[in-house]
Design a protein around this ligand. Sequence first.
Ligand SMILES: C[S@@+](CC[C@H](N)C(=O)[O-])C[C@H]1O[C@@H](n2cnc3c(N)ncnc32)[C@H](O)[C@@H]1O
Length: 240
Amino acid sequence: MTEPSSIVRRLLREIMFLFKSPAAFRILQKIRADKLTYLEMPALIDLYEAVAVAESQQIPGVLVEAGTALGGSAIAMAAAKRAERPLWVFDAFEIIPPPSERDGSDAHQRYALIQSGKAVGLKGAPYYGYQTNLMEQVAQNFTRFGYPPSTHRIHLIKGYYSDALRLDQPVALAHLDCDWYDSVMTCLERIVPYLAVGGRLIIDDYMHWSGCRRAVDDYFNGRTEGFEFVMKSRLHILRR
Ligand SMILES: C[S@@+](CC[C@H](N)C(=O)[O-])C[C@H]1O[C@@H](n2cnc3c(N)ncnc32)[C@H](O)[C@@H]1O
């Protein structure tokens, strides 16, 4: 059960953000009302604010999201960025790949349900992974919110990370929301070497999926120097 004190903290966070950035608050509320994200409001606010900080501190580099589903969290990133800063969005844009032996039973049970065809999406909506034109839908969702990919330097890249996730430039901020050990580990291996000084990783699933946590712990084992680990509504890792 959620602690009353944590409910109060969440509400205060939302109220403070509403007063500070009312227009952004409405965008984030609409993302959630349209059932485009699994992130709760505090996590969406933290993500939006982290991108806004990267902009105000002029951290060099592109923005990356790995794990997009219907596009909700990526739209929050687009809302906070300058139109000129590229946002690279990587996803299978189809059913998620299977977990491996490095994931726990939580991931294997979830994947068995997805594979059975019986997974249900947000608030009873159809599960996004079963949709055949997911990438087009996500592009339309960006456009509907006022961020057409073609004019806002938003690049949607379809494929598994092992094939599709390749970078060759600095990264100011990366939001990793891809659940399983191998997916998270591939993202860390391919993104962290490019993370700019002052840049940030946000790990969505550190507290949610056993494989994600294990991948982050394995990757940073013995190489935490130069990084600061901050637990907000999600785990933020800052490059110093
Ligand atoms: C929980 S969803 C992302 C949710 C989204 N960020 C939101 O706002 O709700 C996880 C996504 O990661 C993607 N994913 C996981 N592993 C992947 C991989 N190895 N390659 C490509 N996509 C992957 C899945 O296809 C899925 O769309």
